[in-house]
Structure formats: structure tokens, C-alpha cells
Design a protein around this ligand. Structure first.
Ligand code: SAH
Length: 213
């Protein structure tokens, strides 16, 4: 990375850590992932700010803190195997996941975003990622079960297909709601699904329906 980006990335790591992320692997990944490659040229000067930014098509690249937090929630739950991400977007969260977990599957409904994200991940030599253009409400059944599932857009109600694709012992982290959203943790046990409310959050909506752009 260029020297000025290196300094900004180190500052971003410090901010994310100050907000409560303690896992050193995840902090290292936040520092070394070149977030400026995931935004348009006109926004590159803001790419190491700890904020969400527009990526076109009315979508956003998530705030680095929330990316780190959701990744940490999966890791702390003991997830090690295959992880499913719904809402590839820029591919930034995907890149972070790919450096923490052995295998990542990611679903995006907007083809142009998916295509750009795929190119970026190859540029970073991250080859443990499979991408699918499709409706995230349906998950990715042929790759199931997943040790962890991360949803990066807010669903009105919990997507049942995703819970069905979760392995026993697995965890799904997902924002649920519309204007008011709550980050939820769903743990799948032999007795069933345990749901916990974690925090108030703000994500773009997980668009319902079958139209895949
Ligand atoms: N993690 C991404 C966040 C992107 S915003 C990043 O950091 O860049 C959420 C993404 O979810 C958007 O790209 C949006 O197109 C996608 N999305 C919304 N509804 C979806 C659906 N039903 N299926 C798949 N992707 C969806």
C-alpha cells in the first residue's frame, strides 16, 4: 500500500480497537485490507474513515467497525469452517471474512456489484471465495450447511431459508427490521434456534422478491 494509505489504515485499526474489537487477527485484517480498492476514485480520500460510504446502485460499503464486529461475533462463536455472506456489495466484508475463515460463499443480487467485487478479490489473491448472483433470501442451498452466516442487509423478518442452511452448532448474525433495526444472533442447537438481540444498527434493506438485477 502507498505510505499515506498505510498511515490511515493503522489509524483505522486503532479506532476499531478503541470501539471494542479485541481480536488481534481481525484487527490485523482491518489494517492490511486495502479499503481504497473497494470504493470509487472520488471517495478514495475517505476510504479509511470509520464510516459507511456509497458504492453506487443505492448501496453502501459497510462501516469498518461493523464489519469487524460481525466477523468477531462469528469467530467468538467458534465458527471455523465455511461461511455464507448475504450481500457481497463492494466485496470488502467478503475480503475480511476470506482472511479469517477457510472458505467464504457470498450472494449478491446486483450483477455489476458482484462482478466488481470478484475482480477486487482476485486482485488481492483471495481465492477461497465462491460468489453467486442471486436472491439472498434463498441462501445457497447447494453449498449448505454453513458453520456461520452473515447478512449485510436488513431483512424485515428472519429469512427462514438461511436458518435451514445453518449447521448445527452454527451461528447467523443478521440485522432485522426496517426503520428500526436490531443486530441479531441466531444459534442453532440440537434443541432448536436461540435468538439474541445484540445492538441497534442501520443497514440498507435486504430486498425482497425474485427480481435479480
Ligand atoms: N458487505 C457489503 C455491504 C453491501 S450493502 C460491503 O461492505 O460492501 C448490502 C448489499 O446487499 C447490497 O450490495 C445489496 O445489493 C445486497 N442485497 C440486498 N438485497 C439482497 C438480496 N435479496 N439478495 C442478495 N443481495 C442483496
Amino acid at each position: 500500500m502507498l505510505a499515506n494509505y498505510n498511515r490511515s489504515a493503522a489509524a483505522l485499526r486503532a479506532q476499531v480497537q478503541a470501539q471494542g474489537i479485541s481480536d488481534s487477527t481481525i484487527l490485523d485484517v482491518i489494517e492490511k485490507t486495502p479499503r481504497h480498492l473497494f470504493v470509487d476514485d472520488v471517495l478514495k480520500h475517505k476510504s479509511y474513515e470509520n464510516t459507511a460510504l456509497p458504492i453506487g446502485q443505492g448501496q453502501t460499503i459497510s462501516q469498518p467497525y461493523i464489519v469487524a464486529k460481525m466477523t468477531e461475533l462469528l469467530k467468538q462463536a467458534g465458527v471455523t469452517g465455511r461461511v455464507l455472506e448475504i450481500g457481497t456489495g463492494s466485496g470488502y466484508q467478503t475480503a475480511v471474512l476470506a482472511q479469517v475463515f477457510s472458505e467464504v460463499c457470498s450472494v449478491e443480487r446486483i450483477k455489476s456489484l458482484q462482478w466488481q467485487a470478484k475482480r477486487r478479490l482476485h486482485q488481492l489473491d483471495l481465492y477461497n471465495v465462491a460468489m453467486k448472483h442471486g436472491d439472498g433470501w434463498q441462501g445457497w442451498s447447494s453449498k449448505a450447511p454453513f458453520a456461520g452466516i452473515l447478512v449485510t442487509a436488513a431483512a424485515k423478518t428472519v429469512p427462514e431459508a438461511l436458518l435451514a442452511q445453518l449447521a448445527e452448532g452454527g451461528v447467523m448474525i443478521a440485522p432485522i427490521g426496517e426503520q428500526e433495526q436490531t443486530l441479531m444472533r441466531y444459534s442453532k442447537t440440537a434443541e432448536g434456534i436461540k435468538a439474541e438481540r445484540l445492538a441497534a444498527v442501520r443497514f440498507v434493506p435486504l430486498v425482497a422478491g425474485d427480481i435479480v438485477l
